[in-house]
Design a protein around this ligand. Structure first.
Ligand code: ADP
Length: 369
């Protein structure tokens, strides 16, 4: 089945021109007004909407916003004249996949459309796989949790009822069983988190990073107090648009590592801040801990990638989870470190990740101006 494309333009000649270029490879439908376009988007599924930004009854941005209220994953390429490049860029910031400046030649149109449809296909494959991985991991971890509970339960009963019989050696073995079960439980939690990290789980909201860090530090109150850690947060932390749980997991993992990999011989210090970057929010989490040997710098972000040369217990999944979340939302992470010289983790987070309700609000503002 050919991918379905909706062309929205008030000029009949443009609709015909675009249709004639695309008709061989796509199922093309056309609409002359925003109202018609929205009716069609409500009733049918399109792989792509190609929409002029200047439609008399409704701006292209509003069409995009309203369309997304009905179908959040609908993709748009916006068309605009050279003089209004700014609105095209605004459309991209508001979630359009791409833009084309008029006049464009047929080949240019074909390439842009092919890319947008290709990206959509990749995205839906990725989402399907993520869902599959998630349900697989959930099922397995549910089963394993049951076995673990009974394993620990019987170990407890043995300790309570047969302590004399077991003697010191036997009680030592029981402790091994307990701590293995505990490690396994941590591993299962981390694997479930990893599977979850690949999929968006809820709505984005405005997240005040300063407030979020307060919650993260609160969750580590015990080690912070025990190790007498000096905490420093830059005063100008931004408010970001994110799923709260994503932002929390990222900072929780990075701050947790900064505390976990502290040195014994210096007062631990953890600093969080934001760096100048026009396109993204760029944060850093810096510590003065044990640092990371050069040969480990890449693989620590991989699944089960653990650093060599230290005996700190862990699963090797924390940074893989962070990287997976960032890959999904369009950010990235990297580290600068020298052995025994501390580590600075930098990551970028998109400045705006709009969803339908924000799009609608922005488009209305635009219309009112
Ligand atoms: P885990 O901490 O469970 O091993 P992570 O994925 O969070 O898993 O980290 C992977 C590895 O990266 C760790 O084993 C450690 O060697 C190294 N690492 C992570 N954060 C730091 C840090 N702040 N300082 C030193 N080493 C770190």
């Amino acid at each position: 089945m050919k991918p379905a494309i909706l062309i929205v333009d008030d000029e009949a000649s443009v609709r015909e021109y675009l249709s004639s270029i695309l008709a061989d490879n796509y199922e093309v439908t056309t609409a002359a007004t925003g109202a018609d376009a929205l009716d069609l988007i409500r009733d049918e599924v399109f792989d792509l909407v190609i929409c002029d930004l200047m439609i008399p009854d409704m701006s292209g941005l509003e069409i995009m916003a309203r369309a997304r209220e009905q179908r959040p994953d609908v993709d748009f390429i916006v068309l605009t004249a050279y003089g209004s490049l700014e609105s095209a860029i605004k459309a991209i910031r508001l979630g359009a996949s791409d833009y084309l400046l008029k006049p464009f030649d047929p080949e240019e149109l074909r390439v842009h459309v092919q890319n947008a449809v290709g990206r959509r296909l990749l995205r839906s494959e990725y989402e399907a796989r993520t869902r599959e991985l998630h349900s697989f991991v959930t099922a397995i971890s549910h089963d394993l949790s049951g076995h673990l509970v009974s394993l620990r339960g019987f170990a407890r009963r043995l300790r309570e009822h047969c302590a004399e019989l077991l003697g010191e050696e036997g009680r030592g073995y029981l402790e091994h069983i307990d701590s293995s079960a505990e490690r396994m439980e941590r591993l299962m939690t981390a694997i479930t988190e990893f599977a979850k990290a690949g999929a968006a789980s809820g709505e984005v909201e405005f997240v005040d990073v300063n407030e979020l860090l307060g919650q993260v530090f609160e969750s580590f109150a015990e080690p912070i107090q025990q190790k007498d850690v000096e905490l420093k947060v830059e005063p100008d932390m931004p408010v970001i648009v994110a799923e709260w749980i994503d932002a929390y997991r990222i900072f929780h993992n990075l701050v947790g590592n900064a505390l976990k990999y502290a040195r014994d011989d210096v007062k631990p210090r953890v600093e969080v801040g934001v760096e100048e970057n026009p396109q993204h929010h760029q944060f850093y989490v810096r510590d003065n801990g044990i640092g990371i040997p050069r040969e480990d710098l890449e693989r620590i972000f991989e699944m089960f990638g653990r650093g060599s040369g230290h005996a700190v217990p862990g699963t090797g999944l924390g940074l893989a989870i962070v990287r997976r979340i960032l890959a999904r939302v369009g950010g990235r992470i990297w580290v600068e470190s020298e052995e025994q010289e501390g580590a600075t983790f930098h990551f970028t987070f998109p400045k705006l990740e709009p969803r339908p309700e924000q799009l609608a609000a922005s488009a209305r503002e635009e219309q009112d101006r």
